[in-house]
Design a binder for this molecule. Structure first.
Ligand SMILES: Cc1cc2nc3c(=O)[nH]c(=O)nc-3n(C[C@H](O)[C@H](O)[C@H](O)COP(=O)(O)O)c2cc1C
Length: 167
């Protein structure tokens, strides 16, 4: 499951969703602030559909990635606020001890955001911001994006050939 919140970089979230292997059952959550940029047709849940299946632990989602993850959504997840489908689904992932990956996008990071990330990391949530790499053939934005998405897939145990590995 992929969730898009209202930080800049929604293309990266959509790309992550699109690059998931066909074999995976895919779900996409788009926050109210990100909805305007996600008009494509996919299995899209709106963030206000709090009754949608991912809001329940019984739906058994294996893994969830929030990309991009705004500082607002990060703060809510870190403090247990579940006022929309994204934050509720994230709360479910934490309580069900399932894989949750957050890709915070902000520069610079405030002490508050860092505190939230530390707390979540200690709870087992994977904090993996989109960080550039320079050791491969990343001569375009497209290649850099493929590298970052590939790293996220690595963390989620999803096979891919999105970037050339360091030899
Ligand atoms: C053009 C634009 C870019 C933004 N970029 C970021 C960002 O990179 N990181 C961030 O944390 N918030 C960013 N924001 C602010 C969030 O959209 C705002 O905090 C919003 O309340 C987040 O809502 P959500 O977490 O429910 O999606 C941006 C807002 C706008 C209008």
């Amino acid at each position: 499951m992929v969730a898009l919140s209202g930080a800049s970089g929604y293309e990266l979230g959509l790309k992550t969703f699109r690059l998931l292997p066909q074999s995976i059952e895919k779900y996409l959550i788009v926050s109210e602030n990100a909805r305007i940029v996600a008009e494509k047709e996919h299995a899209i849940f709106s963030d206000d559909e709090i009754w949608a299946p991912p809001a329940s632990g019984s739906f058994q989602i294996d893994a969830m990635i929030v990309v991009p993850c705004s500082m607002n959504t990060l703060a809510k997840i870190a403090t247990g606020i579940a006022d929309n489908l994204t934050t509720r689904a994230a709360a479910v992932m934490i309580k069900e001890r399932k894989t949750l990956l957050l890709a915070p996008r902000e520069l610079p990071l405030s002490p508050i955001a860092l505190e939230h990330m530390y707390k979540l990391s200690m709870l087992g949530v994977i904090i993996a911001p989109p960080v550039m790499a320079y050791y491969s053939d990343h001569d375009s934005l497209e290649a850099m994006e493929r590298f970052v998405v590939g790293k996220w897939f690595d963390l989620l145990g999803i096979e891919h050939d999105l970037y050339k590995r360091w030899q």
